[in-house]
Design a protein around this ligand. Structure first.
Ligand code: PMV
Length: 312
């Protein structure tokens, strides 16, 4: 039996600004998806058997079934698997939108296939396979999710606006840090929200250019604060990043309430993470005790909270 795992991810800085070529920083999460692969006798027409034991948002697996089928087929084709196999997914990463669940799955599956068929692939080739897998759910993925899923740590990401290869530099923190992800309970469309920012940029070019310049300075500070584990500064920069995201109109009442609740309970920083207008809020909560306190405060407001770590 072959085994493998892949990390979840969260965007700490730079969602939306990244679309216009500014740097974004994502971190792998302490929670992973695991995959096992074993040879199996299949009925005719069947390519694999999937057992999905991951903890997940209700309905997530049903809604995403087609995307996961495409993901698995892409990985199997890329890795040249044409024998019947049984794939079992599990692990502690809660499968939900915004935590890189599909990339974690693609990375885990590629590693398990590599193990079962003794392919001897290195991380770079595993990452290529996971990227192929990501094309199933995402069409044209940026590559940040699969890179975090395969390598862990922090990824400084810059989109190539000319359409060539994006740059992804790996960074490390001195030690992992606890975070809380608060779930707004709302789903939003990345495509729509990204299009709204583009419209706003066209309507108010001068205002937006000031906001983008402020983000560029903030990103530079974050780039040095994270590897030094300067958590008070990281927290302040997260708060500032949330304000800038509010100004470009991608937050919502629920995300603002989540961030305010986390800060009131003692979080060092809090911001929306990912697309916005729904999805998740990330709060910096070093230490188990603070993490517990912030998660509890969020749950008391009727939201769900995920406790995990960055910089793993
Ligand atoms: O919601 P997520 O985790 O898929 O992140 C989207 C990030 C955006 O910057 C809004 C879009 C993008 O393609 O970078």
């Amino acid at each position: 039996m072959g085994e493998g795992s892949g990390f979840g991810k969260t965007i700490l800085f730079g969602e939306h600004f990244v679309v216009y070529g500014l740097p974004a920083i994502a971190s792998a999460l302490g929670d992973t998806t695991t995959a096992t692969v074993e040879r199996a006798q299949l009925v005719e027409g069947q390519k694999y058997v999937l057992v999905d034991n991951r903890p997940a948002t209700p309905n997530y697996k049903v809604q995403k079934r087609g995307e996961y089928e495409a993901l698995i087929e892409n990985v199997l084709n890329f890795m040249g698997v044409n024998e019947g196999i049984k794939i079992t997914l599990a692990g502690s990463l809660f499968a939900a939108s915004g935590v890189g669940a599909s990339a974690a799955c693609a990375a885990a599956l590629a590693r398990a296939i590599n193990d079962e068929f003794s392919l001897g692939w290195n991380d770079e080739k595993i990452n290529d396979a996971a990227f192929e897998g990501e094309k199933g759910p995402h069409g044209t993925p940026s590559g940040i999710d699969n890179t975090a899923a395969v390598y862990g740590g922090l990824i400084l990401f810059r989109k190539n606006l000319e359409g060539g290869q994006n740059t992804m530099d790996k960074m490390r923190m001195k030690a992992p840090v606890e975070i809380v992800l608060g779930n707004s309970g709302k789903t939003s469309s990345t495509k729509e929200v990204v299009a709204d920012v583009k419209r706003l940029k066209e309507e108010k070019p001068d205002e937006l250019s000031v906001i983008f310049d402020e983000y560029a300075i903030l990103a530079d500070d974050a780039k040095s604060a994270l590897p030094e584990n300067n958590l008070p500064l990281v927290g302040r920069l997260m708060n500032k990043n949330h304000e800038l995201l509010q100004k470009i109109n991608v937050s919502c009442a629920e995300l603002d309430e989540l961030a305010e609740t986390a800060l009131a309970a003692g979080a060092l920083g809090a911001k929306l993470t990912g697309t916005g207008r729904g999805g998740l809020m990330v709060a910096l909560t070093p230490g188990r005790e603070l993490q517990e306190k912030v998660a509890k405060a969020i749950e008391e407001k009727g939201y769900s909270a995920m406790k995990t770590r960055i910089g793993v």
